[in-house]
Design a protein around this ligand. Structure first.
Ligand SMILES: NC(=O)C1=CN([C@@H]2O[C@H](COP(=O)(O)OP(=O)(O)OC[C@H]3O[C@@H](n4cnc5c(N)ncnc54)[C@H](OP(=O)(O)O)[C@@H]3O)[C@@H](O)[C@H]2O)C=CC1
Ligand SMILES: O=C(O)CCC(=O)C(=O)O
Length: 480
């Protein structure tokens, strides 16, 4: 088959037992390619290759690491449009979003190229005379990276780049729905000076490839992004065998709009973070908490804005919102819109399936008003273009409602009050707080992660990523 894409194991391209078609959610008649499906045995082979290659890469020079990562960053930048198009084709983000994400992935590789040069330890005086103490950072070993489908290139980048920058060997499993961007990163890495076995790509089902990575005693650290259910199982399995684990598992992110907010700023922040990228972001604002003085004006303005947004093929010029990623996710979105209404919410806009020229998973953005925080729609992550509005009296009630959730990834506040902004930054129970900004769409050089049920383990991204991808050794020296 000419458009067959293989796994990359120990520096070789290896066919899987089977292949799986990569289907365009904007047009299900468009097959992007057929991607290899690894089984447990092939995954074991990748882990063994990584283990054999680890010692060499662990003692590679910072310059070697810089050169590899910078080369990947440069190539992603140069091929931003082509790869952005592939991303939009396989995941359904609009082309500007796909290109933006590719640009972000390039920046992440370039950032961690420089991080490889900066990695250092600490030297302290001992409490004993004549003794010095060095705190040395060393790589962890073989790391397993499991990525979700909603950021096909940025999330792989922010796992692969720090893993390699800090000297680890990698076995990477992308999500089944989006192998194309993952394969592209592997192909670029295969043309760098990275020694064979240091980076391995194993595409295939989570139940086999993912589970083998999670359970292998040779995998010393596991980084996961995806659903709460899978994440919690992975955390328990890794803890049981004392492997390091980092999991990012979504949210039910609030954005508060206060009476004193700038209406345009608030509408843009809420609409952008609830509906762009088809709402398929763990940082999406799905609970919009609005004080009563601005409530009606705000809802009216959001509906007016939603009426102008075009839902269509991700690659069509002028599309604002692409398709939902697949039928399963679309069914989940529709189910939540239905439940919200049955529990007393009012569908103020959209939520329905729409047909376009091509057969895809198109849904109009849904705005549900007159909801309470104890309704299902306010408690569970939908992961689609669906948001609900909760009316509150004042800032204090808004903050209490915002914090009343099992999640804590991102939280937003729209206000012109410095006093409330300062208070919110300290008291919002979330790993990331946004004032007058969308809750989604973060910088690449600062820590990313949440509190409560959203995240587990050390933060991803920025220099904080070293906490997960390195281990600390304390060396005492007495020169004699
Ligand atoms: N926090 C976030 O950013 C994300 C949250 N989600 C949420 O999760 C829901 C379901 O999406 P889904 O893609 O099924 O999420 P999953 O958590 O099942 O998938 C995330 C990753 O984990 C892999 N995986 C699945 N099962 C296992 C396992 N037993 N052991 C190891 N790895 C495994 C998946 O592989 P495979 O693709 O082969 O199944 C994928 O690579 C969405 O509706 C959304 O609510 C989804 C994506 C991202
Ligand atoms: O909002 C962002 O920029 C990142 C979101 C993200 O990582 C996710 O949805 O998984």
């Amino acid at each position: 088959m000419s458009n067959e894409f293989k796994n990359y194991i120990n520096g070789e391209w290896v066919a899987g037992a089977e292949t799986r078609p990569n289907i365009n959610p904007s047009d299900t008649s468009d097959i992007i390619g057929h991607y290899a499906q690894a089984d447990a045995a092939q995954t074991e082979a990748a882990i063994d290759a990584a283990q054999a290659a680890f010692a060499g890469w662990a003692f590679s020079t910072p310059q070697q690491r810089f050169d590899v990562l910078d080369q990947v960053g440069n190539e992603l930048l140069a091929r931003r449009e082509e790869i952005g198009r592939l991303l939009s084709r396989e995941e359904g983000k609009t082309l500007p979003e796909g290109m933006g994400e590719t640009h972000r992935a390039a920046m992440i590789f370039k950032y961690f190229a420089a991080e490889a040069l900066r990695l250092g330890g600490e030297t302290l005086a001992s409490v004993r005379p004549g003794v010095s103490v060095d705190v040395i950072r060393q790589p962890v070993g073989v790391v397993g990276l499991i990525a979700p489908w909603n950021f096909p290139i940025a999330i792989p980048a922010w796992k692969i780049a720090p893993a390699l920058a800090y000297g680890n060997a990698v076995v990477f499993k992308p999500a089944e729905l989006v192998p194309g961007c993952a394969w592209t990163i592997a192909e670029i890495l295969s043309r760098t000076a990275l020694p064979k076995g240091v980076f391995n790509l194993v595409m295939g089902p989570g139940s086999q490839v993912g589970a083998t990575l999670v359970d292998s005693p040779k995998v010393k650290a596991l980084s996961f992004t995806g659903s709460v259910a899978t994440g919690r199982r992975i955390i328990a399995s890794c803890a049981a065998r004392q492997a390091k684990v980092q999991a990012e598992m979504g949210g039910k992110n609030p954005v508060i709009v206060l009476d004193d907010a700038d209406l345009n700023v608030a509408v843009n922040a809420a609409v952008q973070s609830a509906y762009f990228s088809t709402g398929q972001r763990c940082t999406a604002s799905s609970r919009i908490i609005v004080t009563e003085g601005i409530h009606d004006r705000f809802v009216e303005a959001v509906v007016a804005k939603l009426e102008t947004l075009k839902v269509d093929h991700a690659l069509k010029a002028g599309t604002d919102i692409g398709p939902v990623v697949d039928q399963r996710q679309l069914d989940q979105n529709l189910r939540y819109v239905d439940i919200a209404q049955k529990e007393g919410g009012r569908l103020a806009f959209g939520g329905d399936v729409v047909e376009r020229e091509t057969r895809g998973f198109y849904q109009r953005p849904a705005l549900i008003t007159e909801t309470r925080n104890d309704m299902t729609i306010s408690r569970e992550e939908v992961f689609g273009p669906v948001a609900n509005v909760i009316r509150v009296r004042d800032y204090d009630e808004a903050l209490a409602v915002a914090n009343d959730t099992e999640f804590g990834l991102s939280a937003g506040l729209c206000t012109t009050s410095l006093k409330h902004a300062a208070h919110f930054k300290l008291h919002a129970q979330a790993g990331m707080v946004m004032i007058n900004l969308p809750t989604a769409g973060v910088d690449y050089h600062v820590p990313f992660g949440g509190s409560k049920g959203s995240s587990y383990g050390p933060r991803e991204q920025g220099s904080y990523a070293r906490e997960f991808y390195t281990t600390v050794k304390t060396a005492y020296t007495f020169p004699g």
